[in-house]
Design a protein around this ligand. Structure first.
Ligand code: ADP
Ligand code: MG
Length: 392
């Protein structure tokens, strides 16, 4: 990464005429298991990946925040004390809503935006956008960590995750949970982040992929999904209705031992939606326990069962995702599942290092045979979370 850090610093010098005060970076993420459990106050197990967003940041003396990205050379700037008003009036839009939203959200969490120094921020990234790897959390987390350091705020990483989520919810306008920011800020090398979405307690869980010589292959179907579609809202509504019918505010309070009761109380579709969430929560707990006790070679069946549950009970898979998962398994993957919200996006497979290219070839052939768009496949390595990469 040092070359890129130097290149970004050089770019900062070209644009501002001075050195940045530092370069910070934060990763995208993949969710290993625990899908549609976050908004049910359940469990998720994402990990930070080796694709990162970098932010070169330098202090200014005039209280202005000025952001530029390799997306768009045109700088966007506001006086920090004017951010709140600009947000209320809907003047913060497009990609700059992520970094500006983070500055605003730091203010909401107690930073005094009228007292801190202004900043120049230049952003670059190797996290593909819209591939389900959370380029949005990567940009939020890199900027949040940078401003936390430069403004000497002393906020914890857990608090910075909430800052990123608040920016995304209230400035970008996306109703997302806290999983992505938690993975990006709390991730560690060869580890996943076990997150309880009710208490927000996060624990780093070693994956042991390196020692077991395992890779995680992402198979991006290139079928685009949008959380704005009715499917996502319908699933959320079914979960709420199921919880209400079972006399609770959240499916977190319902466990596998309540499934018989759920079946008598709920219509077939709602029951299957509820069964997915209940069993998926249990699978996350089982995955964490299995990783700790037996290691990653033993989690394949849990990944497979998660996919079946999303395909048959939650009904959020598509033929391309099913084909990717089935082909990976038929060609030696230890386990495979779709990951992310569904209706498109990517699947992941856990594969021995030396079987990866065989699976990639087989999946591409299978897609061609069915007349599907060629998928994009690449491995991801569980990596360290957000960090400061250079002092200058
Ligand atoms: P993802 O699944 O990748 O998180 P989102 O739609 O949540 O997809 O976030 C993608 C958005 O984040 C982009 O449309 C852009 O506004 C912003 N973004 C991501 N990476 C960058 C970048 N390098 N520079 C500027 N904006 C970025
Ligand atoms: Mg996102």
């Amino acid at each position: 990464m040092s070359d890129t850090v130097q290149e970004l610093s050089e770019r900062f010098r070209e644009l501002t005429g001075r050195n940045p005060d530092g370069v910070w970076s934060a990763p995208g993420r993949v969710n290993l298991i625990g899908e549609h459990t976050d908004y049910n106050e359940g469990f998720v197990l994402p990990f930070a990946i080796d694709r990162r967003t970098r932010a070169a940041v330098g202090l200014r003396t005039d209280g202005v925040i000025r952001v530029t990205s390799t997306f768009d050379d045109t700088p966007v700037e506001f006086h920090l004390s004017a951010l709140d008003g600009a947000r209320s009036e809907g003047q913060i839009a497009g990609w700059s809503a992520y970094p500006l939203g983070v500055a605003w959200a730091l203010g909401q969490h107690g930073a005094d935006l009228s007292a801190v120094a202004g900043v120049d921020i230049i952003i670059d990234s190797t996290v593909p956008v819209g591939a389900g790897l959370s380029s949005s959390a990567a940009i939020e987390s890199s900027v949040a960590l940078a401003l936390n350091d430069l403004w000497s705020l002393g906020f914890s990483r857990e608090k910075l995750a909430k800052v990123g989520q608040l920016a995304e919810n209230e400035v970008v306008g996306a109703p997302t949970g806290i999983m992505d920011q938690s993975a990006s800020l709390l991730g560690a090398t060869d580890s996943a982040v076990f997150l309880d979405c009710r208490s927000l307690d996060a624990t780093v869980v070693p994956l042991g992929l390196a020692q077991a010589e395992l890779s995680i292959l992402v198979m991006d179907t290139r079928v685009s999904h949008s959380h704005a579609t009715g499917g996502y809202a319908e699933r959320r509504a079914a979960c709420e209705a199921g919880a209400a019918a079972m006399g609770t505010s959240s499916l977190r309070d319902v466990s596998v031992s309540d499934l018989d009761r759920a079946q008598t109380l709920l219509d077939d579709v709602t029951f299957r939606r509820v069964r997915h969430v209940i069993t998926e929560n249990q699978r996350v707990l089982d995955t964490v326990r299995t990783l700790n006790e037996e290691g990653p070679l033993a989690i394949g069946a849990l990944l497979d069962a998660s996919h079946v549950s999303m395909r048959d009970d939650f009904e959020i898979s598509i033929p391309e995702l099913d084909l990717a998962v089935e082909t990976a398994r038929a060609n030696g993957a230890i386990g495979a599942r779709m990951t992310g919200g569904g209706f498109g996006g990517a699947a992941i497979a856990l594969i021995a290092h030396d079987q990866v290219s065989r699976v990639e070839v087989a999946v591409k052939q299978a897609f061609a045979a069915r007349g599907f768009t060629e998928p994009v496949t690449f491995t991801v390595t569980p990596s360290q979370g957000a960090e400061r990469n250079s002092a200058q």
